[in-house]
Design a protein around this ligand. Structure first.
Ligand code: HEM
Length: 525
């Protein structure tokens, strides 16, 4: 009451003080502001008319209409507004691209114009603002991507020797997984395999980057990785953190997610920086021990390097971070679909037994004889579309697609799920059917597999797609060769999932049984 009355007295005295003198000026200001607002409104209306889309509510825009599964909602809206349309999320206009044709036109035919990233506060926070994945398109970004891509290739697929070394890293992790799963299944117990897959995926990258791996029981490593899982909640398309900055000013779930995101980034970046400092201190130009040394050499000692030394830790953070969640998620879906379709599990095991036998582990050379396994993997990627949108893009200049003009710096969501469920492209897209990827001779249909969109396309296409495919194939082959997976009858496998940068199964409770001899490899790390 006291405050109210004090405030009331103050304001009325101010009005008295100014009355008479400023009144005409105030009216003029109001009229001016009103006219300005009206002009802007009409201008916006004209601009927006170029792009169709649903009515956007004040303040929140269409945020409340996205629902639990934004990729499905936005694919449905495409039926009404076309494959290129606009929504508004909080303070940000977002163009949504759906379907093969529109996405191809944007990312391939106008690859430079669609290669940007939005200047979201959350993106600028990652890796001290030097992330390759989350930085906008620029000369520097191109140099950065080149370093990351060529180093990754040099350590995984440059020649037969590096291919073999990479395969050995993957096999070592896969056989370790077999043992961990058997331990978790002791006495017929069921378990949730997500973290084990994350540890395995992170270990492969740690082996390449730092020449070391961690045990599945290492609590510090597990805690770090467990927290990194939260990352996708903030950077996925439709996250409200960046488009409604006012949500940061009072307690609410979005603010909590953002706070976690900031500390996860900080922890992970600090972990990588420590490792890079150790590498720098013991750097020997004559010997390249691992990818960290290779990146230090190019960025800090290379004659043509345009990147400062801070880009070393940023590059390694990108490489270790990018693959963890995606790799773990795809493996979770593979296990889920194997227990959901046990006939496929049995069929794949029979094929692996025939091609590989029981006395050795599967290898990458077996791949051409295991087309059904690749078909199962591609169908898992298509059917689940577990990375439903790419990371948000932005336009680097004004651009026109499907005769619609999109201004520079517009946020763009690219709906990969819509490509993988387009009924014009896929027969019965909502049916899980690996056979769709085999031709009449039982060989893998390359045109079909190339039509699956999970690694994006164009200038921002995933740089880890090749190693990811090798990894998924070897993990799946070794697990099927060594184990049979069963689901918990009281928690039957469902396709229910949580939404973020990746779609993660909500219920995955399995146990593993040894099929034959337990085989192992010696870790090269
Ligand atoms: C199954 C596993 C994987 C999937 C499905 C996947 C998918 C994707 C997608 C959808 C993007 C965003 C592209 C865009 O915004 O248009 C991306 C970016 C990226 N991925 Fe992957 N990824 C996987 C594994 C990996 C691995 C293992 C690595 C590294 C070792 C990696 C490194 C990257 C990097 C560095 C980018 C950023 C590219 C850029 O912005 O220029 N990914 N990935």
């Amino acid at each position: 009451m006291a405050i109210d009355s004090e405030f009331g007295v103050k304001s009325s005295s101010i009005i008295k003080e100014w009355s008479g003198q400023v009144h005409p000026a105030l009216v003029a200001s109001f009229v001016f502001l009103f006219c300005l607002e009206a002009c802007l409104w009409v201008r916006n209306l004209r601009l927006k008319r170029r792009l169709p889309g649903p009515f956007a509510w004040p303040v929140v825009g269409n945020a409340m209409q996205l629902g639990q599964m934004p990729h499905i909602t936005l694919a449905k809206l495409a039926k009404k507004y076309g494959n290129v349309y606009q929504i508004r999320l909080g303070c940000s206009d977002v163009v949504v691209l759906n379907g093969d044709q529109a996405i191809h036109e944007a990312l391939i035919q106008h690859s430079t114009e669609f290669a940007g990233r939005p200047n979201f506060v959350s993106f600028q926070m990652i890796s001290g603002g030097r992330s390759l994945t989350f930085s906008n398109y620029s000369k520097q970004w191109k140099a950065h991507r080149k370093v990351a891509q060529s180093t990754l290739r040099a350590f995984s697929s440059a020649n037969s020797q590096t291919k073999k070394a990479f395969e050995q890293h993957v096999l070592a992790e896969a056989t370790e997984l077999v043992q961990v799963f058997l331990r978790h299944s002791a006495n017929g117990q069921y378990f949730y395999p997500a973290y084990e897959f994350t540890v395995a995926a992170a270990n492969i990258m740690c082996a390449l980057c730092f020449g070391r791996r961690y045990g599945h029981e290492d609590l510090e490593f597990r805690t770090l990785l467990h927290r990194v899982e939260k990352f996708g909640e903030t950077v996925g398309a439709g996250s409200l953190v960046d488009v409604m900055p006012w949500l940061q000013s009072f307690p609410n779930p979005v603010r909590n997610i953002y706070e976690t995101f900031k500390s996860v980034n900080n922890d992970f970046f600090t972990y990588v920086k420590d490792k890079v400092v150790q590498h720098r201190e013991s750097f020997n130009p004559e010997v390249t021990r691992d990818m960290s040394d290779a990146i230090i050499r190019v960025i800090e000692h290379g004659e043509e390097s345009t990147l400062t030394r801070e880009y070393v830790e940023a590059t390694i953070t990108d490489l270790i971070g990018a693959g963890q969640d995606t790799m773990s998620t795809v493996m979770q879906w593979i296990i889920l679909l194997l227990v959901k379709y046990p006939d496929y599990q049995a069929k794949l095991q029979q094929l692996i037994d025939k091609v590989v036998g029981q006395d050795r582990l599967p290898s990458i050379e077996d791949r051409s004889n295991l087309a059904l396994l690749d078909a199962f993997i591609f169908e898992t990627m298509r059917f689940t579309s577990f990375v439903p949108f790419t990371i948000p893009h932005s336009t680097t200049s004004d651009v026109t697609i499907e005769s619609l003009r999109i201004p520079k710096d517009t946020v763009v969501f690219i709906n990969q799920w819509s490509v993988n469920h387009d009924p014009l492209k896929w027969k019965d897209p909502h049916v899980f059917d690996p056979m769709r990827f085999l031709d009449e001779n039982g060989a893998l249909d390359r045109d079909r597999t190339n039509s699956v969109m999970i690694f994006s396309t164009g200038k921002r296409r995933c740089i880890g797609s090749q190693i990811a495919k090798v990894q998924v194939f070897l993990f799946a082959a070794v697990l099927l060769h060594q184990l049979t997976f069963e689901s918990n009858l009281s928690v039957p496998p469902t396709l229910n999932c949580s939404y973020g940068l990746t779609l993660k199964p909500l219920q995955l409770n399995v146990r593993a049984k040894l099929r034959g001899k337990l085989l192992g490899v010696v870790s090269p790390a």
